[in-house]
Write a new protein. Structure first.
Ligand SMILES: [Zn+2]
Length: 157
């Protein structure tokens, strides 16, 4: 891992995403997971989300509303930088939420739901997500599990 490249991507993300408090509620259903997510991630902009909240909700990007996904994704991306390897659950699940199903599953790069989310992002923000995916693509074990380059080239174009 080239630490200067990682630092550049970090800065790109910070610059591209002004802190925005997502409108409430951040999830729409009342299952246990969604209530947990609302308790941990509701009412704060990404730069005020605490690391333990991310660790607790490591797989909770998918149930967020599209708007909350947009507002809170940077907190997950930056947390993932702590350890870009497949043993980091936050990194692994954040990639999952950016790429769709793992290879071998019913992978569809045209994933409509994810594309709809991506449309809320500005060109600069999509570029920052692509940079993150390119960085992730340099991690061997990750490359074997996720079509990160495919997602970068299609969904996050
Ligand atoms: Zn739910």
């Amino acid at each position: 891992m080239d630490s200067e490249a990682a630092r550049n991507v970090w800065n790109e993300i910070v610059d591209a995403f002004p802190p925005v408090t997502p409108s409430q509620p951040v999830t729409l259903c009342d299952c246990e997971e969604c209530l947990e997510v609302r308790a941990n991630l509701g009412h704060v902009a990404w730069n005020h989300v605490l690391p333990p909240a991310i660790e607790h909700c490591f797989g909770s990007l998918p149930p967020l509303t599209d708007e909350s996904f947009h507002a809170l994704l940077p907190a997950y991306l930056l947390h993932a930088f702590a350890d870009l390897g497949d043993h980091n659950k936050v990194f692994e699940w954040t990639l999952y939420s950016l790429c769709g199903p793992e290879d071998g599953a019913d992978h569809d790069p045209e994933d409509a739901g994810l594309r709809e989310k991506a449309m809320l992002f500005s060109p600069e923000q999509r570029r920052a997500v692509r940079s993150f995916l390119f960085l992730a693509g340099s991690v061997r074990e990750i490359r074997e599990q996720h079509d990160v380059m495919g997602a970068a080239a299609t969904i996050w174009r």
